[in-house]
Design a protein around this ligand. Structure first.
Ligand code: ADP
Ligand code: MG
Length: 236
């Protein structure tokens, strides 16, 4: 099991009042699974992503990552786990504009203390896997949105993380580039990568193996699409 969230609640403080945002979330993700978390704006997706990605802590409940109780870890240990075991992909790519594609992808390995020769070799290999071996000396500004996101995915995967965590990975892309990113996720999934993808788009979520939906901070099994069909069925 890669992720095991048990009875996770999260409140934000507004002045002196705690405002609950996540309610008793139960979520388990097995190694090699490809999960989509759907939900409308304001439902708590980013809050949940920040907890899963060790960028924020739950108010109550237990979070086991890779079998390890995150409550037992110091902040230093948490950032080590975050850097070594989680690959992040964001809607807006977050690439460094002045660095080449190759340098962007090699960067996590620099932080991990890998020597230069190996860094560049591994970054090149990863860029070949995402179909961008011809673009390694380009700057991010010279790439299309879809290509930028493939660079970001190569960067997320270069340290061979236990989990690929993506927040609206197609949110800034046109339909065709979005489909290409989904093809790449399908390829990584077939190679055994564990993926958790957050999206509000049913057309994107349907590429995953399993869909859960978050509404008002509560997790429901099953996606929007299925539910909508039921409601349409009821109405007719
Ligand atoms: P989503 O990503 O699904 O749009 P969020 O997780 O960003 O939802 O937000 C869920 C709820 O939590 C919203 O009502 C939002 O206003 C609130 N919220 C998010 N972040 C904070 C914060 N740092 N402080 C207070 N309230 C927050
Ligand atoms: Mg969000």
């Amino acid at each position: 099991m890669v992720l095991d969230l048990r009875d996770i609640c999260k409140s934000y403080m507004q002045g002196k009042e705690p405002v609950p945002v996540l309610h008793h979330i139960q979520l388990q993700v097995e190694e090699g699974e490809y999960l989509a978390i759907m939900g409308p704006s304001g439902s708590g997706k980013s809050t949940l992503m920040n907890i899963i990605g060790l960028l924020d802590k739950q108010t109550s409940g237990d979070y086991f990552f890779d079998g390890q109780d995150m409550a037992q870890c110091s902040d230093n240990q948490l950032s080590t786990i975050r850097n070594q075991k989680i690959g992040f992909v964001f809607q807006n790519f977050n690439l460094l504009p002045r660095q080449s594609v190759l340098e962007n992808v090699a960067l996590p390995l620099l932080y991990a203390g890998v020597r230069k020769k190996e860094r560049l070799e591994r970054a090149k290999e990863m860029l070949a896997r995402v179909g961008l071996e011809e673009r390694i000396q380009f700057k991010p500004t010279q790439l299309s949105g879809g290509q930028k996101q493939r660079v970001a995915i190569a960067r997320a995967m270069v340290s061979q993380p236990r989990l690929l965590l993506a927040d609206e990975p197609t949110g800034a892309l046109d339909t065709r580039s979005g489909e290409q990113v989904m093809e790449l996720f399908a390829q990584l999934h077939s190679e055994g990568v564990t993926i958790v993808m957050i999206t509000h788009e049913p057309e994107i979520a349907r590429h995953a193996q399993r869909i859960v939906t978050i509404r008002d901070g509560m997790l429901e099994q099953g996606g929007f699409g299925e539910r909508r069909t039921e409601q349409e069925g009821d109405a007719s």
